[in-house]
Design a binder for this molecule. Sequence first.
Ligand code: 5GP
Ligand code: MG
Length: 231
Amino acid sequence: MESHPLVKNNGLAPLHVRATRTRISALGWDAIAVPNHPYHFPLRLGPENPTVKVLLDETQLQAGVVRMASEVSAHYGNDPLTIVGVLTGSVVLLADLIRQLEMPLRVGVLQASSYRGATTRGAITINSDLLLDVKDRDVLLVDDIFDTGHTLAEVIPLLKKMGAKSVKAAVLLRKQGRQEVEIEPEFIGFDIPDEFVVGYGLDYQDQYRNLRYLASLEPTDLIDDTIGEDA
Ligand code: 5GP
Ligand code: MG
């Protein structure tokens, strides 16, 4: 087990374990690794790629969420809060975070998606049809990861335009050295290195959201430049 120098996980020992291919096989994943099939499994398995790198395990993720929740509670006290999750990547964090909060709260969602590749990104589309009324509310936006920052840079002004009294953001992860915007989320779970990560809500080609841990995929794990419709 080696430690990853860039993972700051707030007092907990850094973790950087290598799961073996056996573990993946135990989940039955390689059973559907059919190249060029519409449902092919995106992670290339085989002798050339026997490992998955676990950046944060379940215990560490939970500790990060508990710490974020205590910061949110310290900030808002018992004032009513409207939480807005950015679909789809935030669903796991959203479920865990709200159960750590005790102020009166409402929960809404919106979807932000952009077509992106590993090195390219397209325009962001925001669907707020399902969003509850945010007028005159203190809003806490919850997203999985703060990468370039363009998503939050577009969603925050939109919520303000809808009449929110205040808008702050909480993200599980901030990817180091990637930000292209001025804004910063007020609440951040972990700083992680510039690697493509999956699990705990985050996907690669719509897979892996259900992993209980956060794994990083090697560039060689990514079948091509296309990461897909990112939502
Ligand atoms: P941003 O607008 O900050 O560049 O990107 C935010 C969105 O991009 C996230 O909500 C997430 O959907 C996606 N994203 C950015 N980096 C990663 C990553 O490493 N893994 C996954 N699965 N999604 C990512
Ligand atoms: Mg997202």
